[in-house]
Design a protein around this ligand. Structure first.
Ligand code: SF4
Length: 274
C-alpha cells in the first residue's frame, strides 16, 4: 500500500471475485485506511453479507460501496446467481443508505432483456433511494462468448430509452468514474451507463489492478501482467517494489483493443473484478 501511495495512488478499490470471503477482510481494510494518503477506500461486493456486516465495513474505513445486482426480479436473480439472496442484499443496501457512505452504487450488466423486462423495476426501486445503478455493456469472456453474442445490446439503446422517459444526462463528475450518469426530476437515485466500446472510453483511465495472486495487471483487457509476489514479502522491499511499479506504469496501454480482437481472452471476470 505504501509503495502505491508513494507513487500517487490515492484511491483503492477492493474487488473480486468476492473480497469479503476473506476472513481477514476487515483487517485488510483497517490496514489500508491507516495510510492517510489513501482516500477513499471502495468495495465492490456481491452484497451477500451486507445486511449483517455493513456497519463493520463502514467502521473499518470503506466509504464507497458498489454492489453487483444483475436482476431485481427474484426468479431471474436466482437463475443468474444460483442463490435466493436478493431480499437480503436489498435490505443490506437499505442499511448502507442509513450510514454516511460517500456513494452507494449498484452495478448490473446491460443485456437485451433489460429494457423490456427490468428497467422499470430498477427505476422504481431507486425512486426513493440515493443509489446510482450503473449498467455496464456486456463484455465477452471466453466462458460467456455465446451468451454475449445472444444478449449484447448497445448502451445507446438504453440512453435513448432513458431520454424518452424524461431522464437527463448530467455533467460528468470525477466520482462518476467511467459512467455517464442520468437523473430524473421525480427520482432520488440515478442511472449510469458504462460503455467500454465507445470511442474515448479509456481516455482518462489511470487504473491498475493487483489480483488475488499478486499479479499486477495494467489493463483489464491488456495482455501484460507481472507477478509482484516476490516483492510483497517484507516491508523493507518497498523501494524495490516502487522501482518495478514505476517501470511497469510506463507500459500501461492507452486503451483496450476490444474492437480489433487483439485483447487477452479473459476466461471470466470473477478473479479480476470489473
Ligand atoms: S480497458 Fe484498460 S485502459 Fe480501458 S478503462 Fe479498462 S483498464 Fe483502463
Amino acid at each position: 500500500v505504501q509503495a502505491f501511495a508513494d507513487l500517487g495512488v490515492s484511491k483503492v478499490r477492493l474487488t473480486g471475485g468476492e473480497p469479503t470471503v476473506r476472513p481477514d477482510f476487515l483487517q485488510i481494510v483497517k490496514t489500508i485506511s491507516k495510510n492517510a494518503s489513501i482516500k477513499p477506500i471502495a468495495l465492490s461486493t456481491n452484497g451477500y453479507r451486507l445486511s449483517r456486516r455493513v456497519s463493520s465495513y463502514f467502521a473499518a474505513g470503506i466509504r464507497h460501496l458498489n454492489v453487483s445486482i444483475d436482476s431485481l426480479n427474484p426468479e431471474n436473480f436466482r437463475k443468474i446467481t444460483g442463490k435466493d439472496h436478493l431480499r437480503e442484499i436489498l435490505d443490506g443496501i437499505d442499511l448502507a443508505l442509513g450510514l454516511p457512505f460517500v456513494a452507494v452504487k449498484v452495478n448490473a450488466v446491460l443485456t437485451s432483456k433489460l429494457i423490456p423486462d427490468e428497467l422499470a423495476l430498477f427505476t422504481d426501486w431507486i425512486k426513493d433511494r440515493k443509489v446510482t445503478v450503473r449498467f455496464i455493456e456486456l463484455m465477452p469472456t471466453r466462458n460467456s462468448s455465446n451468451f454475449a453474442k445472444e444478449h449484447f445490446v448497445k448502451s445507446s439503446a438504453l440512453a435513448s430509452t432513458l431520454r424518452e422517459n424524461g431522464w437527463k444526462a448530467i455533467k460528468r463528475q470525477p466520482t462518476d468514474g467511467p459512467a455517464q450518469v442520468y437523473e430524473h426530476i421525480s427520482t432520488q437515485g440515478r442511472i449510469g451507463i458504462i460503455a467500454p466500446y465507445e470511442e474515448g472510453f479509456c481516455q482518462s483511465c489511470n487504473r491498475v489492478r493487483v489480483d488475488a495472486y499478486g499479479e499486477l495487471q495494467l489493463c483489464l483487457w491488456g495482455r501484460g501482467k507481472l507477478s509482484l509476489r516476490s516483492l510483497l514479502q517484507t516491508d523493507d522491499q518497498t523501494n524495490e517494489l516502487k522501482a518495478v511499479l514505476v517501470k511497469q506504469l510506463q507500459l500501461k496501454p492507452p486503451k483496450h483493443e476490444l474492437h480489433s480482437g487483439k485483447h487477452r481472452g479473459l476466461s471470466s471476470l470473477s478473479t479480476i473484478g470489473g
